[in-house]
Structure formats: structure tokens, C-alpha cells
Design a binder for this molecule. Sequence first.
Ligand code: 5AD
Ligand code: SF4
Ligand code: FES
Length: 349
Amino acid sequence: KNINEIIEQAVNTGRLTKTDVVTLLSSSGEDAAALFAAADGVRKSQMGDEVHLRGLIEFSNYCERNCTYCGLRSSHKDLARYRMEEEEILAVAAAAVPLGYRTVVLQSGEDSYYDAQTVASIVHRLKKELGLVITLSLGERNRDEYKLWKDAGADRYLLKHETADADLYAALHPDMTWERRRQSLLTLRELGYQVGSGCMVGLPGQTLNALAEDLLFLQALDVEMAGIGPFVPNPHTPLAKAEGGTVEMTLKMIAVARLLLPKAHLPATTALGSIDKQGRQKALTGGANVVMPNITPNRYRRMYEIYPNKICLDDNPAHCRNCIGGIIASLGRHVADGPGHSPKDCFSG
Ligand code: 5AD
Ligand code: SF4
Ligand code: FES
């Protein structure tokens, strides 16, 4: 089978063997261009020209975990830490409404300072007082907590699987297990969340085979959203000297994700925009249909430095909203005005 036959099969059936995924990820030049064009076509036919915006609130940079790649890891003692309280989170979200946001993503390190009741109250108020759609991204919590938040009105949960290679997962996460990660995702799915997961590209020791596993894992979980971004080595972590992921490989991963998950929301990630000025534009024309602009107040942004050279550190929410609007318009696309739920029947009611 040549590349074009593999692409055609993927477009027609949405199914690929691991070997075929590896072949697509190995493509370059004209072959890679054909992959991006096919992904752009599937994006257009399945998701249209709308781009969904999700306003990201990084409300606490405290983290109890010690992931070896991440600047927020607990061993990074020089990092100044901050937490936003409930009223401040509400105010930040309220300011996003006039900018046109319909969804906010509440993201933090794994920070048990926020007990289950507090999070439930924030979710409930964001829905009732502001009518927002709520995505939570707070890491691993137990089933009762996930359930409480769902009952409080949370719509979606974002928990990246990071890597589906169990040995690599273990090496990168001193205090976590792949099995618990997988279980958490299954629990979220069972509770009726729109589930987002995803991975990093270019982790040390990550093979093409492992990347293919990531995509097939996302497909098997049938995620409503998949965030795929490059690993960017952080000087304040044990992986300071590692090589990072490339723009090209990240784009190929997003494109194959679009072929395997035609109806999933795929963000053009901030990490990709941080290693390439045109990164988000390239993703949006190669399968992606979502952007998650930062709406964290300016004074906190520098402290949420998961990886170096993160974009928008000196920009405010209104500026980023304008910037993104310009990018989307320049591609001949438009910002969606609906809530941007998964197009699957069970979520579009
Ligand atoms: N480079 C890119 N992405 C990173 N993340 C954490 N550290 C890095 C890094 N060095 C991502 C992970 C995690 C989220 C908090 O940020 O995918 O899910
Ligand atoms: Fe904490 Fe998430 Fe960073 Fe791991 S990746 S250290 S859980 S913020
Ligand atoms: Fe923040 Fe462009 S999105 S400045």
C-alpha cells in the first residue's frame, strides 16, 4: 500500500492499522502535504469552518505531582506559587463573557487545596450566574469527586493520557501509574462527561510505535476532544537537556487524529504556537478546529510556565481574543457562536 492508498482508506473508513499509522507518521514532503490536505478536508466536511474558542483559566499553579517534564512539578521549589479564590475565578470568567466565550476551562496543577465542595460550588455558580459551559482540568481525583462536579453541572473533563507507552509513562511520572490514568478516563466517560484526553509528541524515548499507540488509544476511548502538543524541554526540570518534539511530527499527529476521530474537537495547542509562530495556523489547516486562548489575568501568567517561551505571557485576555479572532479570519474561517459541544448525538441535546 502506498501513502495515498492509506490516506484514502482512512478517509473512507476511519480505520487504520498500527503499521499504517506509523507509515503516515513517517511521511515527509509531498506525502505529508497530502496527509495535511486530507485531514483539512475531513475537518471541513465533519466539523465545518467554525473554530471553537475555549477560555483557559489557569487558577492555581500548585501541584502535588512531580512529572519529570513539567515546570509546575512539586520539586521546582524556586517557582512562585499562586492560587485564585472562588470570587476571583468567577470575576475572571465573567470578564470572558463579553469577549464572546461560551466555554471556560478551569485548569490547575493537582492541588487538593480546592476540596470537592469548593469546586462544585464554583462550577454551579459559573453555570447559573454566567451560563457558561464548563470544562474541568484538575488532574486525577476520585470517582465521588468527579460525580459531584458532574452533578454540579460540569460538562467536560480534560485529562491528557500524556503517553500510552506504559513504560515511558512510568519513567515520566514518579508518583503515578498508567493504570490509574486509564481508569480515571474510563470513570469520566462512564459518568457522562464529554471527555478530552491527549498526549505530548517528542518525549525522550518515545518511538513512532508509541505515537501510533497514542492515536489508537484516543480512538479506542472515542474521545470527544484530543489535545496533541509538542514536548518542550523545560530548563527547571530533569528533562532540561532532552530534545523536544518537532512542529512537523506534531502536525502529522494532529492530522492522523483527525482521520481516526472525524468528529472529535482537536485544538491547535498553545505549545505548538510557542515553538512556531505559525504553529496554530498550521494546525488549523491540518485538522484542528479549536483554540484555547488564555484568559488568565496577566499578573499570574509567568508563574504558569509549564514549558519555556510560552506565548502570551505579556498579553491580556482582550488582546489574545483579538489576536485569535484575526488568525481565524485570516484563514477564511469564523469563530463559532454555539456552545461547541461534541457533535455526537448524545451531547447535542
Ligand atoms: N512541554 C509540553 N507540554 C507540557 N505539559 C507539561 N509539561 C510540558 C512540557 N514540558 C503539558 C502536559 C500536561 C499539561 C499540564 O501540560 O500535557 O497535561
Ligand atoms: Fe502537575 Fe500536571 Fe505538571 Fe504533572 S503535568 S507536574 S500533574 S501540572
Ligand atoms: Fe495571546 Fe495571540 S493569542 S497574543
